[in-house]
Ligand binder design. Structure first.
Ligand code: ATP
Ligand code: MG
Length: 228
Protein backbone atom coordinates (compact mmCIF):
# COMPACT_ATOMS: atom_id res chain seq x y z
CA UNK A 1 0.00 0.00 0.00
CA UNK A 2 1.14 3.51 -0.76
CA UNK A 3 -0.96 5.08 1.99
CA UNK A 4 -2.36 3.45 5.11
CA UNK A 5 -4.38 5.53 7.52
CA UNK A 6 -5.24 3.66 10.70
CA UNK A 7 -7.67 4.78 13.37
CA UNK A 8 -6.99 8.48 12.89
CA UNK A 9 -8.48 10.84 15.47
CA UNK A 10 -8.46 14.59 15.65
CA UNK A 11 -10.12 16.94 18.08
CA UNK A 12 -10.06 20.70 17.72
CA UNK A 13 -10.27 22.51 21.03
CA UNK A 14 -12.10 25.76 20.71
CA UNK A 15 -9.91 28.79 21.43
CA UNK A 16 -12.48 30.36 23.80
CA UNK A 17 -12.75 27.29 26.03
CA UNK A 18 -16.05 26.15 24.52
CA UNK A 19 -16.86 22.60 23.47
CA UNK A 20 -14.13 20.64 21.72
CA UNK A 21 -15.02 19.25 18.29
CA UNK A 22 -14.20 15.60 17.56
CA UNK A 23 -13.65 15.95 13.83
CA UNK A 24 -12.10 12.54 13.13
CA UNK A 25 -13.09 9.54 15.28
CA UNK A 26 -11.13 6.60 13.94
CA UNK A 27 -10.65 7.10 10.23
CA UNK A 28 -9.20 4.20 8.22
CA UNK A 29 -8.18 4.40 4.57
CA UNK A 30 -5.80 2.46 2.37
CA UNK A 31 -4.70 3.71 -1.04
CA UNK A 32 -2.65 1.55 -3.39
CA UNK A 33 0.13 2.80 -5.66
CA UNK A 34 -1.39 4.59 -8.66
CA UNK A 35 -4.96 4.52 -7.35
CA UNK A 36 -7.45 7.42 -7.62
CA UNK A 37 -9.82 8.13 -4.72
CA UNK A 38 -12.47 10.80 -4.21
CA UNK A 39 -13.36 11.95 -0.69
CA UNK A 40 -16.86 13.36 -0.42
CA UNK A 41 -18.91 14.39 2.60
CA UNK A 42 -20.73 17.34 4.15
CA UNK A 43 -19.05 20.67 4.75
CA UNK A 44 -17.19 20.58 8.06
CA UNK A 45 -16.97 16.77 8.12
CA UNK A 46 -13.15 16.87 8.19
CA UNK A 47 -12.12 16.23 4.57
CA UNK A 48 -9.49 18.98 4.54
CA UNK A 49 -8.32 17.85 7.97
CA UNK A 50 -7.62 14.34 6.63
CA UNK A 51 -5.73 15.70 3.61
CA UNK A 52 -3.72 18.12 5.74
CA UNK A 53 -2.69 15.35 8.13
CA UNK A 54 -1.67 13.08 5.23
CA UNK A 55 0.33 15.97 3.78
CA UNK A 56 2.02 16.66 7.14
CA UNK A 57 0.52 20.15 7.27
CA UNK A 58 -1.41 19.24 10.42
CA UNK A 59 -1.07 16.60 13.15
CA UNK A 60 -3.50 13.96 14.37
CA UNK A 61 -4.19 13.29 18.04
CA UNK A 62 -4.09 9.52 17.62
CA UNK A 63 -3.71 6.94 14.90
CA UNK A 64 -1.17 6.29 12.18
CA UNK A 65 -0.45 7.62 8.71
CA UNK A 66 1.96 5.40 6.80
CA UNK A 67 3.16 6.56 3.39
CA UNK A 68 5.40 4.10 1.62
CA UNK A 69 5.75 2.33 4.97
CA UNK A 70 7.00 5.43 6.80
CA UNK A 71 5.10 6.99 9.69
CA UNK A 72 4.45 10.58 8.63
CA UNK A 73 3.87 11.71 12.22
CA UNK A 74 7.34 10.55 13.23
CA UNK A 75 9.35 12.31 10.54
CA UNK A 76 12.02 14.69 11.83
CA UNK A 77 12.13 18.32 10.72
CA UNK A 78 14.38 17.82 7.69
CA UNK A 79 12.49 14.71 6.58
CA UNK A 80 9.13 16.47 6.89
CA UNK A 81 10.30 19.22 4.52
CA UNK A 82 11.50 16.64 1.99
CA UNK A 83 8.26 14.68 2.41
CA UNK A 84 6.11 17.77 1.76
CA UNK A 85 8.06 18.81 -1.30
CA UNK A 86 8.84 15.46 -2.94
CA UNK A 87 6.66 12.57 -1.71
CA UNK A 88 3.35 14.40 -1.89
CA UNK A 89 2.09 17.12 -4.22
CA UNK A 90 -0.67 19.57 -3.26
CA UNK A 91 -3.39 21.29 -5.23
CA UNK A 92 -5.79 23.57 -3.40
CA UNK A 93 -9.01 25.35 -4.29
CA UNK A 94 -7.02 28.51 -4.92
CA UNK A 95 -3.87 28.09 -6.95
CA UNK A 96 -1.46 30.05 -4.67
CA UNK A 97 0.79 30.89 -7.63
CA UNK A 98 3.36 33.64 -7.14
CA UNK A 99 2.07 36.63 -9.14
CA UNK A 100 5.50 38.12 -9.89
CA UNK A 101 6.91 34.86 -11.29
CA UNK A 102 6.34 33.39 -14.74
CA UNK A 103 4.40 30.19 -15.27
CA UNK A 104 7.66 28.26 -15.75
CA UNK A 105 9.19 29.73 -12.58
CA UNK A 106 6.06 28.89 -10.60
CA UNK A 107 6.24 25.25 -11.67
CA UNK A 108 9.86 25.16 -10.47
CA UNK A 109 9.15 26.61 -7.01
CA UNK A 110 8.92 23.22 -5.21
CA UNK A 111 12.38 22.30 -6.54
CA UNK A 112 14.01 25.24 -4.75
CA UNK A 113 13.67 23.47 -1.39
CA UNK A 114 16.22 20.88 -2.47
CA UNK A 115 19.40 22.53 -3.62
CA UNK A 116 21.81 20.64 -5.81
CA UNK A 117 19.31 19.34 -8.35
CA UNK A 118 20.15 19.44 -12.04
CA UNK A 119 18.58 22.82 -12.90
CA UNK A 120 18.62 22.26 -16.66
CA UNK A 121 16.92 18.87 -16.33
CA UNK A 122 14.33 20.35 -13.95
CA UNK A 123 13.53 23.15 -16.43
CA UNK A 124 13.07 20.53 -19.14
CA UNK A 125 10.75 18.52 -16.89
CA UNK A 126 8.78 21.69 -16.08
CA UNK A 127 8.39 22.42 -19.79
CA UNK A 128 7.30 18.85 -20.51
CA UNK A 129 4.70 19.06 -17.73
CA UNK A 130 3.44 22.42 -19.00
CA UNK A 131 3.07 20.83 -22.41
CA UNK A 132 1.16 17.93 -20.83
CA UNK A 133 -1.26 20.32 -19.13
CA UNK A 134 -1.77 22.23 -22.39
CA UNK A 135 0.19 25.36 -21.49
CA UNK A 136 3.33 25.06 -23.63
CA UNK A 137 2.48 28.42 -25.21
CA UNK A 138 2.11 30.18 -21.83
CA UNK A 139 5.40 29.44 -20.05
CA UNK A 140 6.50 33.09 -19.99
CA UNK A 141 3.15 34.51 -18.88
CA UNK A 142 2.43 35.69 -15.33
CA UNK A 143 -0.49 34.12 -13.42
CA UNK A 144 -2.46 37.38 -13.76
CA UNK A 145 -2.45 36.92 -17.54
CA UNK A 146 -4.09 33.46 -17.34
CA UNK A 147 -7.67 32.26 -17.00
CA UNK A 148 -8.77 30.51 -13.79
CA UNK A 149 -8.67 27.10 -15.47
CA UNK A 150 -5.19 27.76 -16.84
CA UNK A 151 -3.94 28.79 -13.39
CA UNK A 152 -5.20 25.55 -11.86
CA UNK A 153 -3.42 23.62 -14.63
CA UNK A 154 -0.18 25.42 -13.70
CA UNK A 155 -0.84 24.32 -10.10
CA UNK A 156 -1.14 20.71 -11.33
CA UNK A 157 2.21 20.95 -13.14
CA UNK A 158 3.78 22.52 -10.04
CA UNK A 159 2.41 19.71 -7.83
CA UNK A 160 4.01 17.10 -10.10
CA UNK A 161 7.43 18.67 -10.65
CA UNK A 162 9.17 16.60 -7.95
CA UNK A 163 7.55 13.36 -9.17
CA UNK A 164 5.46 12.73 -6.04
CA UNK A 165 3.83 9.36 -5.46
CA UNK A 166 0.69 10.93 -4.06
CA UNK A 167 -1.24 13.97 -5.24
CA UNK A 168 -3.50 15.60 -2.62
CA UNK A 169 -6.15 17.78 -4.24
CA UNK A 170 -8.49 19.69 -1.91
CA UNK A 171 -11.47 20.90 -3.97
CA UNK A 172 -9.18 21.70 -6.91
CA UNK A 173 -12.19 22.63 -9.05
CA UNK A 174 -13.96 24.67 -6.36
CA UNK A 175 -13.26 27.98 -8.08
CA UNK A 176 -13.90 26.76 -11.65
CA UNK A 177 -17.01 26.64 -13.82
CA UNK A 178 -18.45 23.28 -14.84
CA UNK A 179 -16.59 22.96 -18.13
CA UNK A 180 -13.20 23.86 -16.64
CA UNK A 181 -13.88 21.69 -13.60
CA UNK A 182 -14.44 18.70 -15.88
CA UNK A 183 -11.29 19.49 -17.83
CA UNK A 184 -9.21 19.73 -14.67
CA UNK A 185 -10.39 16.32 -13.44
CA UNK A 186 -9.68 14.88 -16.93
CA UNK A 187 -6.18 16.24 -16.50
CA UNK A 188 -5.76 14.64 -13.06
CA UNK A 189 -6.87 11.28 -14.47
CA UNK A 190 -4.48 11.69 -17.41
CA UNK A 191 -1.58 12.55 -15.08
CA UNK A 192 -2.45 9.55 -12.91
CA UNK A 193 -2.15 7.30 -15.96
CA UNK A 194 0.90 8.98 -17.47
CA UNK A 195 2.93 9.52 -14.29
CA UNK A 196 1.57 6.72 -12.11
CA UNK A 197 0.84 9.21 -9.34
CA UNK A 198 -1.96 8.22 -6.92
CA UNK A 199 -4.61 10.91 -6.51
CA UNK A 200 -6.83 11.74 -3.53
CA UNK A 201 -9.32 14.42 -4.50
CA UNK A 202 -11.83 16.10 -2.21
CA UNK A 203 -14.87 17.34 -4.08
CA UNK A 204 -18.50 18.31 -3.52
CA UNK A 205 -19.49 17.41 -7.09
CA UNK A 206 -20.76 13.81 -7.47
CA UNK A 207 -20.07 13.78 -11.23
CA UNK A 208 -16.42 14.66 -10.57
CA UNK A 209 -16.08 12.16 -7.72
CA UNK A 210 -17.41 9.51 -10.12
CA UNK A 211 -14.34 9.96 -12.34
CA UNK A 212 -12.07 8.60 -9.59
CA UNK A 213 -11.52 4.85 -9.23
CA UNK A 214 -13.06 4.81 -5.73
CA UNK A 215 -15.31 7.09 -3.74
CA UNK A 216 -15.23 7.29 0.05
CA UNK A 217 -17.47 9.41 2.24
CA UNK A 218 -16.53 11.14 5.47
CA UNK A 219 -19.40 11.47 7.89
CA UNK A 220 -19.68 11.68 11.68
CA UNK A 221 -15.92 11.37 11.98
CA UNK A 222 -15.61 8.12 10.01
CA UNK A 223 -14.81 7.18 6.43
CA UNK A 224 -17.00 4.71 4.60
CA UNK A 225 -16.54 3.22 1.16
CA UNK A 226 -19.28 4.47 -1.18
CA UNK A 227 -18.13 2.84 -4.38
CA UNK A 228 -15.27 0.49 -5.08
N1 ATP B 1 -7.65 25.08 13.11
C1 ATP B 1 -8.89 24.77 13.53
N2 ATP B 1 -9.30 25.09 14.78
C2 ATP B 1 -10.53 24.76 15.23
N3 ATP B 1 -11.44 24.09 14.49
C3 ATP B 1 -11.10 23.74 13.24
C4 ATP B 1 -9.81 24.07 12.68
N4 ATP B 1 -9.75 23.59 11.42
C5 ATP B 1 -10.95 23.00 11.18
N5 ATP B 1 -11.76 23.09 12.26
C6 ATP B 1 -13.10 22.52 12.39
O1 ATP B 1 -13.05 21.14 12.06
C7 ATP B 1 -14.15 20.73 11.28
C8 ATP B 1 -13.67 20.07 9.99
O2 ATP B 1 -13.05 21.04 9.15
P1 ATP B 1 -12.55 20.69 7.69
O3 ATP B 1 -11.97 21.93 7.14
O4 ATP B 1 -11.65 19.50 7.73
O5 ATP B 1 -13.91 20.30 6.97
P2 ATP B 1 -14.20 19.99 5.42
O6 ATP B 1 -14.87 18.66 5.37
O7 ATP B 1 -12.97 20.16 4.63
O8 ATP B 1 -15.28 21.10 5.06
P3 ATP B 1 -15.51 21.89 3.66
O9 ATP B 1 -16.24 20.93 2.77
O10 ATP B 1 -16.39 23.04 4.07
O11 ATP B 1 -14.19 22.32 3.14
C9 ATP B 1 -15.00 21.98 11.08
O12 ATP B 1 -16.04 21.94 12.01
C10 ATP B 1 -14.05 23.11 11.38
O13 ATP B 1 -14.73 24.21 11.89
MG1 MG C 1 -12.36 21.54 3.15
Amino acid sequence: MLLEIKNLSKTYRSPDGGDAVDVLRGVDLSVAVGETVAIVGPSGSGKSTVLNIVGALDRADAGEVLVDGRDVEKLGEADVAAYRSATVGFIFQLHHLLPQCTVLENVLVPTLAQPGGDRAALRERAKTLLEAVGLAHRTGHRPGQLSGGERQRVAVARALINQPKLLLADEPTGALDRVNAGRLVDLLVEMNRAQGVAVIMVTHAPELAARMGRVVELMDGKLAEVRR
